[in-house]
Design a protein around this ligand. Structure first.
Ligand code: AMP
Ligand code: ZN
Length: 111
């Protein structure tokens, strides 16, 4: 399948990973919208949030967001996690992922 995030998870294209475990990889967004902009990407392909029924994976994604926020020292000032879903949700890459944004005041829905 020609999916850019599958290629990232399989290390077929370069990315800057900040954390990785058996089911997830977290990488820096190539077009950051904030000083800290990380993508938490499941290694298994789900095209959107709607396709994934794995509640454990949802928990693991949020848990990794906590870990990254602490690792990068943004937990006290604050951060935001977002899962854009389908077109009006702003999704452009159809492989489930969570954004972690921090490092500047985020206002409105996406800042
Ligand atoms: P979304 O609009 O929620 O689907 O988010 C997709 C995100 O993936 C965007 O913020 C892009 O900047 C980011 N992105 C696309 N290609 C890459 C890549 N090769 N490496 C890192 N981030 C990427
Ligand atoms: Zn994929």
């Amino acid at each position: 399948m020609d999916c850019i995030f599958c290629k990232i998870t399989k290390k077929e294209i370069p990315s800057s990973a900040v954390l990785e475990n058996d089911s997830l990889i977290a990488v820096k967004d190539i077009n950051p919208q904030a000083p800290v902009h990380i993508l938490i990407i499941p290694k298994k392909h789900y095209s959107t949030l709607l396709e994934c029924k794995d509640k454990g994976l949802f928990g693991d994604m949020l848990s990794m967001a906590n870990e990254i926020a602490k690792k990068l020292g943004v937990e006290k000032k604050g951060f935001r996690v977002t899962v854009n879903t389908n077109n009006e949700g702003g999704q452009t890459v159809f492989h489930l992922h969570m954004h972690l944004l921090a490092g500047r005041p985020l206002s409105g829905i996406m800042g």
